[in-house]
Design a protein around this ligand. Sequence first.
Ligand SMILES: [Zn+2]
Ligand SMILES: [Zn+2]
Length: 311
Amino acid sequence: MAANPQPRPERKFTRLRGQYVSAEDLLLYQSDPKREEKLGWTSISASGLAFADTVVCRECGQILTSIATVHLRSHQPPLAGTQKGYRARWLDAPVLSPRAHVNVNKAALKYIAANRQKMRGKSADWRKLPGSKEKIKNQGKRATARRRTDPGPRRATDRKSYAKRKIHRATEGELELFLAYPSNLDYVVCLENLEDGSICRAKLRDIGPAHLPQIHKKTVEQYQEEHPGTPTKAGPKEGRRIGAGKRLDLFITATRSYDHLKATNPKIASYGLVAKKLTPTEYDKDQKSAADRLRQGANYVRENFPALFSL
Ligand SMILES: [Zn+2]
Ligand SMILES: [Zn+2]
């Protein structure tokens, strides 16, 4: 092969070791824990050289990628000396550059994956410590921010946990109502069978555009083939009924409780008694209007959803 000598690329980085920021600069770092972040994690040494992806030791002004314990040992007590001491003295000052942070996290995750059993106990203990509460909260906040800016890597896991915990599920009553009156409501319930034999029960206005394809990997057509006649979208506005959910649920329960009282103990049957049992807080505040609300609700559901009541 013919020699094709390329000019050597100019060396971009000077060796980091032993570089310090100027004394004036150090004062700025000491008074501002966010200085690295503001400067895009690039530090300028006293001799004017720029170092990307670095942090500055608040004790001595050395430019580093991580302020390791080894480095801190050179600072005698009562100065920093230890990680704990350093962090306490320089609250919120970074000890890792962004790249170092990523590397440390990767290494930690690798270690955790290899020592799962041991770590499980450890992290359970840590979570119980009183000082950990705030840290757990902040961890969550940082993770959310990270995912919002870059959802890619965690998307699959996020969807899974969303499917498990975040989807609003219909209650027994809402499901029953939907099965009896699928088109009269301002919500629909997803009837897709899950692996564990239960049904999905997601309660939404429209399960077509996102829920079916993303959670069940199905099109509306496929879903309707398996569940003929089941709507995937709440009816038109004028067809929609009051208070999807909780309130209707309550009215149905109230109506049934009242009917039950009427059948078993007609002398004491009253909506006041039903209100006292079902909405005790409202009842305590104002007995009459609590009872009236339930009576009106009962009339409403009797009229609109008669099939739900045998009496
Ligand atoms: Zn130092
Ligand atoms: Zn579903």
